[in-house]
Design a protein around this ligand. Structure first.
Ligand code: SF4
Length: 338
């Protein structure tokens, strides 16, 4: 698989009344064509700001891209004009939001909202755009699509609105689909249907996906690779097997232990990660997870851990992986994985 997107050393901050928030710190990762990656972390970990920076959706000011590159097909999206970025959004990169109502216009018929993008980006005639919009609605599983075409968003259920959001994002055959917590607002059954739909689309259309989620259960269903973020930084990255079967960062261990195991007969308890997310106004010079980490050592408080290569494509930013550190591992049994 060749590379589609490469984020290099991204740093993003926000000016607030309380000072400058270091929201994203030296984040690097890549996405290959047709691959699904998940970015996971609690709220405030920097995952949404990272993808908003990729999409050029950071309000500047108060936001500021301090450093970095976002190379999409080798073009730096941080260096192009707003107009060029607008062209890429909705044609080469589509986005699905947590609440589809934020992306849908409540006063405009659903079909027209899909057709608009097709007319603008693909230069289709009105008639062609209507035909394609009905095809898209059918493809994302909306029954009676020709009738639903003329309905307004409030006439759709939450799950159906999210399907429409996906249809809009897919209208121009994007090479990359960014989905920011796409199923958080939906009940479990609808959530499974939306994830199935996205997985099918990834396979049939070879669309790469960046899935943003705080839910590792969703990651197990969807992603081939995982980027774990904490305190605005990438703390571990690896294949979905690396992250679920041999995680090497205490924060990842905590996330895995906090997945409820609904299948378990013993009703295993959900273990929350104690403590609060780090202060991003004045981040500590050491490991950002140190105040919450049950394995923290003296070195962790004063010194930022480097990136330790565990295996090909598996990296963890934790001192425990240093050869001088005491050996600590976790044997985890995680819901949703064999
Ligand atoms: Fe915990 Fe230290 Fe590893 Fe940070 S570097 S996660 S504080 S053990």
């Amino acid at each position: 698989m060749d590379q589609l997107l490469k984020v290099e050393d991204l740093q993003v901050s926000f000016k607030t009344y309380g000072g400058e928030v270091q929201a994203v710190r030296n984040v690097s990762f890549d996405v290959k064509r047709g691959e699904a990656i998940a970015i996971v972390g609690e709220s405030g970990s920097g995952k949404s700001v990272t993808v908003q920076s990729i999409m050029g959706l950071i309000p500047i000011p108060p936001g500021k891209i301090q450093n970095g590159k976002v190379l999409f097909e080798n073009q730096d999206l941080l260096a192009i004009s707003k107009k060029e970025m607008q062209k890429i959004r909705g044609s080469k990169i589509g986005m699905v939001f947590q609440d589809p109502m934020t992306s849908l216009n409540p006063t405009m018929k659903i079909g027209k909202q899909i057709a608009e993008g097709l007319i603008r980006h693909q230069k289709l005639s009105k008639q062609e755009a209507k035909k394609k919009a009905i095809e898209l609605l059918t493809m994302v599983g909306i029954p009676n699509a020709d009738k639903r075409y003329d309905q307004y968003p409030h006439e759709f259920s939450g799950g159906m609105r999210q399907r429409v959001g996906i249809a809009i994002a897919l209208a121009c055959n994007p090479q990359l689909l960014i989905a920011d917590e796409p199923t958080t607002a939906l009940d479990v059954t609808i959530q499974a249907q939306i994830l199935d739909l996205m997985r099918d689309l990834q396979r049939t259309m070879n669309t790469a996906i960046i899935l943003i989620t705080h839910d590792l259960g969703v990651v197990a269903e969807m992603a081939q690779r995982v980027v774990v973020m904490y305190g605005g930084m990438v703390v571990e990255t690896g294949s979905v097997y690396d992250i679920f079967d041999r995680p090497k960062h205490p924060y990842t261990w905590g996330l895995l232990e906090s997945i409820p195991n609904l299948d378990s007969e013993t009703k295993e308890r959900l273990v929350p990660i104690e403590g609060s997310p780090p202060d991003l106004f004045s981040p500590s010079k050491g490991c950002p997870f140190a105040p919450r980490c049950p394995y923290a050592m003296e070195v962790c408080v004063e010194n930022m851990p480097g990136e330790y290569k565990i295996a090909d494509n598996h990296i963890a930013r934790c001192w425990l992986n240093d050869e001088r550190a005491p050996k600590k591992t976790k044997q985890l049994v995680v819901a949703g994985r064999d």
